[in-house]
Write a protein that binds this ligand. Structure first.
Ligand code: DGL
Length: 265
């Protein structure tokens, strides 16, 4: 048994879509979440920049005494998970676009992947494509600008709808019957994406699978906490006030965000 908290980070608020799945499976655990908002979006940054940020955030979380770290970001996982695992002793759970379940779910063998430029350009994603592209036609669509809309807490506005239309239409036009939400920000746009894609199209994301993997890791090391009600702490490298709106839309209104100490910003 281990009552230490679990650390989770993302470039911004997208990882809250993973946090809610973790909370659903692990109601007793204390969760420490970091939005690296001073550096969002990661999707247009170099792998070395993202790796440096992932390292800084992991160091902060280790300082907070976490027993495991979840990289709640596809882009950061692609850029940094291997080096984090090499350098930090705690278990590190990463994530990748849900190509495998999407290929299984597809009825017509055409799968579209919505993700950041960085994720789609990564060697990790190239390896994933290589593995599954014999089983289905996989079409990729980078979505620059979408993360920024979720960061603003704008899930339904005209600009957000225009971007969703621009990114989803080409995939549907090419016959995709299954779409992968390959960035943790996109599950917050699920309704909009579903409406644009049509009711027959299946949407798949990785949040639940990540939460299950975390449970497996903690169980294997006898690392689950005792029965109690867990709490959440929210940290940001950006302006706490600026994120309050997004947090109130995406999580709950009464949860304050704290600013990270300067050396982690
Ligand atoms: N939410 C992240 C992901 O899953 C990063 C998005 C970004 O900052 O560009 O890829």
């Amino acid at each position: 048994m281990n009552n230490q908290p679990i650390g989770i980070f993302d470039s911004g608020v997208g990882g809250l879509s993973v946090l809610r799945e973790i909370r659903a499976l692990l109601p007793a655990e204390d969760l420490v979440y970091i939005a690296d908002s001073a550096h969002v979006p990661y999707g247009n940054k170099s792998p070395s920049y993202i790796e440096a940020r992932a390292r800084v955030l992991s160091e902060f979380l280790i300082g907070e005494g976490v027993k495991a770290i979840v990289v709640a970001c596809n882009t950061a996982t692609a850029a940094a998970v291997a080096s984090l695992r090499a350098d930090f002793a705690v278990p590190i759970v990463g994530m990748e676009p849900a190509v495998k379940p999407a290929v299984s779910a597809s009825r017509n063998g055409v799968v579209g992947v919505l993700a950041t430029v960085g994720t789609l350009a990564s060697a990790k994603f190239a390896a994933l494509l290589e593995r599954y592209q014999g089983d289905a036609k996989i079409i990729v669509q980078p979505c620059p600008g979408l993360v920024e809309q979720v960061e603003l807490g704008d899930l339904t506005g005209a600009h957000t709808r225009m971007l969703v239309h621009r990114f989803v239409t080409p995939l549907i036009d090419r016959g995709a019957d299954t779409l992968v939400l390959g960035c943790t920000h996109y599950p917050f746009l699920r309704d909009l994406i579903q409406a644009e894609a049509g009711a027959d199209v299946t949407l798949v994301d990785t949040g639940q699978a990540v939460a299950r993997q975390l449970v497996r890791k903690l169980t294997a090391m006898d690392g689950l906490c005792e029965a109690r009600v867990g709490g959440e702490q929210f940290w940001t490298s950006g302006e706490a006030a600026a994120l309050a709106k997004a947090l109130s839309v995406l999580w709950s209104a009464d949860k304050p965000m704290q600013r990270l100490p300067l050396r982690y910003c």
